[in-house]
Design a binder for this molecule. Structure first.
Ligand SMILES: [Zn+2]
Length: 477
């Protein structure tokens, strides 16, 4: 059967590409300036959604538009459903494209366009898989619901709306990541910790932290930092600028980053450094400009809140990627270690400070215990928690029928063992109770999602059609 699916998929190459090019040509970046009734994410996104629903109608499927937030194309009969979850929105394009991002171009077996691999190419591959299943005439005991989302790249409001007006399928897959499959995703705890405003009575030997700012996204390692400080008033407690500059440079060099100090007209010193950004789910791959700067400044005699803020960054958060000093370290076999990213720091003497953390916990642990540990640790450190958001982990066990079935199908088509993957971030599959991310990127292939000159390899998309067709059939038969 696998060979048949493959032959059938490759026989549709021309037709598939003829349908893919106009879909990729739609600029479906979220654009709220063109949002309207039934088009909550703007004109382009609405057009791309409509494109799929029209295809579905023309091919004789049941279709439905859910107020412009999402839609579906459905095939088969039965009580139960298998969900196949794709999205038509794309991220912004940036600069430097060889050919314009919304003028699809085929070169060397690749199709170049924004959305080629994330996620319109795979979405249409899954749609063609559904067509092949229908044309095969094979009997099914479940319905296959091909669900088109429109807000995956932003707030997932599409799935929220879907869940309000319909019931999301319990099992299925999402062709929006990598093969063989991602079956486990870490959960998140996102606290903002607060340092009180400065109220101490400083003596003349104290250094002063006027302000400190670093990072602008909780889920990224901060690249830059800017701290404004004053040296003590007492002459004997001061150093020369030259000495400070030398030891600052030595400190930055030890951490493999760069920076400088400027003396400002009011006499204050402005420390700046440039670290290395990284995704918040892999904080150890970055260099946190904020904690590196604090680690340097903390050697001087700051007092009160100045000292509390710098001390927390320097003595607890600096290089605490696994939450050891926060007292949160834990790992599991499925998704690995808990990670801590300190993503945003801001401090102003009069207003106090805030520190935004992005903590990602292993999929198989209960987060409540770690939230409690965090609260206790914050208490010990005299920090408040001004906000705390959590999002659950996602985990479909290895012996679950969905994982078993898709593993079997993948191995049949590739001759490779389906090694299960996990992720520190969330994939679209999380929307389905027992959903996994299943392709379309084959092992060893570079992911061009969100990049300039995004492309998908046409042969890989056709192979994906065959795999998805057999997967849909096996799950719904
Ligand atoms: Zn995507």
């Amino acid at each position: 059967m696998s060979r048949d699916w493959k032959e059938k998929a490759f026989a549709r190459q021309e037709e598939y590409l003829n349908k893919l090019v106009p879909l990729l040509a739609i600029n479906s970046i979220e654009d709220l300036t063109t949002a309207a009734e039934g088009k909550p994410f703007g004109e382009g996104v609405a057009q791309a959604l409509e494109y799929f629903l029209k295809l579905g109608e023309a091919d004789g499927f049941r279709t439905k538009n859910l107020d412009g937030y999402a839609g579906y194309v459905e095939y088969g009969e039965g009580e139960e459903e298998v969900g196949v979850l794709v999205h038509v929105d794309v991220v912004t394009v940036g600069e430097g494209w060889t050919t314009p991002p919304f003028e699809p171009s085929i070169r060397d077996g690749k199709i170049y366009a924004r959305g080629a691999i994330d996620d319109k190419g795979p979405a249409l591959a899954a749609y063609y898989a559904l067509k092949l299943v229908k044309e095969s005439g094979l009997p099914l005991s479940k319905r296959i619901r091909f669900i088109i989302g429109t807000d995956e790249e932003s707030g997932w409001l599409c799935m929220k709306h879907y869940a309000e007006v319909e019931k999301l399928p319990e099992i299925g897959f999402s062709p929006d990541a990598s093969f063989p499959m991602i079956h486990a995703e870490k959960g998140q705890i996102n606290p903002t910790l607060a340092v009180a405003p400065y109220q101490s009575q400083a003596d003349s030997t104290a250094w002063v932290l006027h302000s400190f700012a670093s990072g602008d996204q909780g889920n990224s390692v901060p690249e830059k930092v800017k701290a404004i400080v004053s040296m003590p008033l007492a002459a004997e407690a001061r150093s020369t600028i030259q000495e400070i500059r030398e030891s600052w440079q030595a400190h930055l060099a030890r951490h493999g980053v760069t920076g400088e100090i400027q003396q400002q007209s009011d006499g204050t010193l402005c420390f700046e450094a440039k670290g290395k950004p990284a995704h918040g789910m892999e904080p150890h791959l970055g260099k946190n400009a904020g904690t590196i700067a604090a680690h340097f400044l903390h050697q001087f005699s700051f007092q009160g809140s100045d000292q509390a803020f710098l001390g927390f960054l320097s003595e607890v958060l600096h290089e605490d990627h696994w939450g050891e000093k926060l007292g949160l370290a834990v790992e599991d076999e499925v998704t690995g270690r808990l990670t801590v990213n300190a993503g945003i720091f801001s401090y102003d003497r009069a207003e106090g400070g805030s520190i935004r953390l992005n903590i990602r916990y292993p999929a198989t642990i209960e987060p409540e215990e770690y939230v409690e540990k965090l609260k206790k640790r914050a208490d010990e450190l005299n920090l408040g928690i001004s906000s705390l958001r959590t999002s659950r982990a996602h985990y479909v066990p290895k012996d679950h029928p969905v994982v078993q079935t898709l593993s079997r199908v993948y191995s049949k088509h590739t001759g490779e063992e389906a090694v299960l993957l996990s992720s520190g971030g969330a994939t679209y599959a999380k929307s389905l109770k027992a959903g996994v991310a299943f392709g379309p990127l084959f092992p060893g292939k570079k992911s061009m999602a969100h990049l300039t000159d995004e492309y998908a390899e046409i042969d890989d998309l056709l192979r994906a059609i065959a795999i998805y067709a057999e997967a849909m059939y096996e799950l719904a038969k």
